[in-house]
Design a protein around this ligand. Structure first.
Ligand code: PMP
Length: 447
């Protein structure tokens, strides 16, 4: 496709409405338009190269233009691009389902496909509620969630993770699901944030288990600012769910497929949830594929002569053949990569250490290749910058000038390199990050 930079800029500004973007500010600036990628870098329409420090929004696993992934799509194109899963099947979606169950926590036995993370969450919520309804326990229809967890932007997902800034206009459309605090050690007012969170969850379950279908949780809070709960959180939560007879939905859309250094974050604590939501890295960051995995026990509650007990839910592109074909090869490659990740994550942690000394850095949080750098006005008092101050963007824009794409959420700078970045590439990326903080010290002090 041969278009000039000027044409692209004009059309972008005239026709596009960007997701999660403050369009008023966006339209005042020269847009960044990516035209190609290679390894861990992407190139813009002016020929400039950048490190992809967001892994193209947390989903790229092996880098861009990986020969084996490219080939998987080309080979599948020679057969068929898409064929529906409604009442029939296709080859790659069938093989991928088997592969997913082989690598998933041991209790998960069935794969229900979607085409984005929010869609996987919607399916999980609906399966959980209908599971109890099918068993004649229709009072169990609420979902217990955690404050500041993010599960996607469709209304069902928003219902279990509403956010004042993002969702204020939709409150009338949202059910009143209960929520409890997520353990956030850096900002907790208690010395045992894990206990605080689990006690609150247990109290709600004690009082309302007969109304609650499931608990939904992010094993590491991603969009809430990369908040890493103390060890034991997920396993203890899983035990609580069993004790009070509610299902556990683990949202691994962001954490799955090697992002935390494990295939799934659940593996770290040996947790096998009742439902697991997958997206983002499932296809290596190539195509929109997502899935909800469930146990056989849940699946069997939908097997009935009563038509009403079927799960009448699904999307046209579910089980897309091209997406499934590339996902299979992504998993093959990832299985070889996983054993190399702990050592690399450790090296990355050392590379990040000098950034923690910067005067406006409150805390660096890391779970494998998910990194959040919380920017604060005052390190001793942990005083946050206001959302409007855009402190995160100040640093991110500097990093972009220096050749690294990163994206803040509020005042937490999120750094998520592709998992195949070499130590040298990681060193170059973290060096740009350090330099970006150093060069914005003056501007941050004036905010
Ligand atoms: N769950 C989690 C934990 C996520 O991080 C995201 C996206 N950031 C979603 C769900 C939604 O995924 P998608 O954007 O593909 O709908």
């Amino acid at each position: 496709m041969n278009y000039s930079h000027q044409e692209l800029v004009e059309w972008d500004k005239t026709y596009l409405w960007h997701p999660f973007t403050h369009m008023k500010q966006y339209l005042m600036k020269e847009p960044l338009i990516i035209v190609r990628g290679e390894g861990v870098r992407v190139q813009d329409s002016l020929g400039r190269w950048y490190y992809d420090g967001t892994a193209s929004i947390w989903l790229n696993v092996h880098g861009h233009r990986v020969a084996k992934l490219d080939e998987a799509i080309k080979e599948q194109l020679n057969q068929i691009a898409h064929s529906t899963l409604l009442g029939m099947s296709n080859l790659p979606a069938t093989v991928l389902a088997k592969r997913l169950i082989e690598i998933a926590p041991k209790g998960l036995k069935r794969v229900f496909y979607a085409d984005n993370g929010a869609g996987a969450v919607e399916a999980a919520i609906k399966i959980a509620v209908q599971y109890w309804a099918n068993l004649g326990k229709g009072t169990k229809k609420l979902i217990l969630g955690f404050e500041n967890n993010y599960h996607g932007d469709t209304l069902g997902a928003v219902g279990v993770s509403p956010d004042e800034l993002f969702h204020w206009a939709f409150t009338s459309l949202l059910p009143d699901h209960p929520r409890v605090p997520y353990p956030y050690p850096y900002r907790s007012k208690t010395d045992d944030p894990l206990r605080e969170s689990l006690d609150a969850a247990e109290k709600t379950l004690q009082e309302r288990a007969d109304e609650i279908a499931a608990v939904i949780v992010e094993p590491i809070e991603g969009a809430g600012g990369i908040i890493v709960p103390p060890d034991g959180f997920l396993s203890k939560l899983s035990k609580l769910c069993s004790r009070y007879e509610v299902l556990l939905i683990v949202d691994e859309v962001a954490t799955g497929f090697g992002r935390t250094g494990f295939m799934f974050a659940c593996n770290k604590e040996n947790v096998s949830p009742d439902l697991m939501c997958l997206g983002k890295g499932i296809s290596g960051g190539y195509l929109p594929v997502a899935a909800t995995l469930t146990t056989e026990k849940i699946f069997e509650a939908f097997l009935s002569d009563d038509f009403k007990k079927s799960f009448f839910h699904g999307h046209s592109y579910a089980g897309n053949a091209l997406g499934a074909a590339v996902s299979i090869v992504n998993i093959d490659l990832l299985e070889k990569l996983i054993p190399t990740l702990p050592e690399k994550a450790e090296a990355l942690s050392k590379m990040l250490a000098p950034i923690a000394e910067e005067p406006f850095v409150g805390e660096i949080r890391q779970a494998g290749f998910m990194i959040g750098i919380e920017i604060v006005r005052d390190r001793k008092q942990k005083t946050p910058f206001s959302y409007e101050s855009q402190a995160g963007w100040l640093v991110a824009n500097k990093a972009r000038e220096l050749g690294l794409l990163v994206r803040p959420i509020g005042n937490v700078l999120i750094f998520m390199p592709p998992l195949t970045a070499t130590n040298l590439e990681l060193e170059q990326m973290t060096h740009i990050l350090l330099k970006s903080f150093y060069l914005t010290r003056d501007d941050l002090s004036k905010l």
